[in-house]
Every structure is written in structure tokens, then in C-alpha cells.
Design a binder for this molecule. Sequence first.
Ligand code: SF4
Length: 211
Amino acid sequence: MARSVSRSLTLSEGLLAELHTEMRMCRRCLSAGFSVTPAAVFSGPVSAWFMIVGQAPGASEAETGRPFNGSSGQRLFGWLAQAGWDEGVFRGTQYVTAITKCYPGKSSSGKGDRAPTREEQALCAPFLKRELDLVQPRVVVPVGSLAVQRFLGQTRLSDVVGTVIDRPDDRCIVPLPHPSGVSLWLNRSENQERVRQALAHLQRLHPQLQA
Ligand code: SF4
């Protein structure tokens, strides 16, 4: 039994490595005329229990190849520390990806990065589906409205942050707002309380804290 489990894990590891190579080589958005920086950013092993799904990488992430590397990442990992996670341990054992995997560039207003278009999201969607199928995370944490709506449909952050949505596939969704300073949503005290509740759920769902 242990041997067949480890064999299927090895198989999944191999398939995930193939997927990672495919994502790194992908130029679909460039071919479709979008000015992305073609360097897919993601990290994590097939054995991950948690999967964080952001909107898209920023310039710092594209430069380093490390998801949530910049100031947004500092705030996100600060939150996760409140849920019992050391950043290095989380990065080494859990999966981090995004709705679109390549840096979309600055927004035309100059305020923050450009949100990926619906067409770019559709071009990248098969990759996220394959990541979910291979990793089979027990807890998905969509970060920011765009990612939250991918998993939960049209909804407001205020209605879902602080809740746990159980799925029939034995997976649960714990939404978080985007940690970037661009969003004003976090300025409201009632929303800060919603984030605190979400972090308490993540702490409860931490695999090492369940024993
Ligand atoms: S964002 Fe996704 S679909 Fe577009 S080029 Fe990058 S990996 Fe390919």
C-alpha cells in the first residue's frame, strides 16, 4: 500500500514538473497580442495541503520568479504568520500560484499593475485547472477579488472574507483580500476583523496544528 501511494506521488510529481515546464515555456498571451512578461511565476510541491491563488505576479515576482515576493507578499506572509505559518516553511511545503502566471505590466493609470483581461484569464485557465487536479489541495486561498470570483462567482469580498466555504469535493475555500496597498478595502475596521476571522480559520485548518 505504502509503495503504491509513493508510486502515485512520484507520478504526480513528474506530471507537475512537466506542467511547470509547459507553463514556463508558454507564450499564449504574447501570441494573442498582450504585453505580458513571459515568465510564469508559481511555486510549491505536489504534496501541498494549501494552495494560494493570487491575481497575477508583479514586477518583483517576474524578476525573481518568486510568488508574492514584493510588499504584497510581506503583508500576506505577515497574515499567514498569524495563522501559525513560518514563511520559509510555507513556501517550501505549500503551493502558490495565480489566475494568470505572467506579469501583465503596469496599469495605464499608473496606479498598480494592470489586471489581466478576461481573454488572458481564459488563456491561462487550463493551467490553473491542471495545478488543482494534480496538487489536490485541501484548502484553497484565493487572494483578491479576481481570484475570489474565479472560485465563488460574482460576490463581494465583504460577503465571503472571514467565512469557510466547503466544497463537495472535500476541499474548502478560505478567501482573503488582496494584500497590496492599492486596495482601500482593508482600511475599514470591519474588514480588518473579517481578515482576522479568515486567519483564525486558516490556523484551525493548519495540518500540523490538527494533530
Ligand atoms: S499568463 Fe498564462 S497563458 Fe498567458 S503567457 Fe503566461 S502562462 Fe501563458
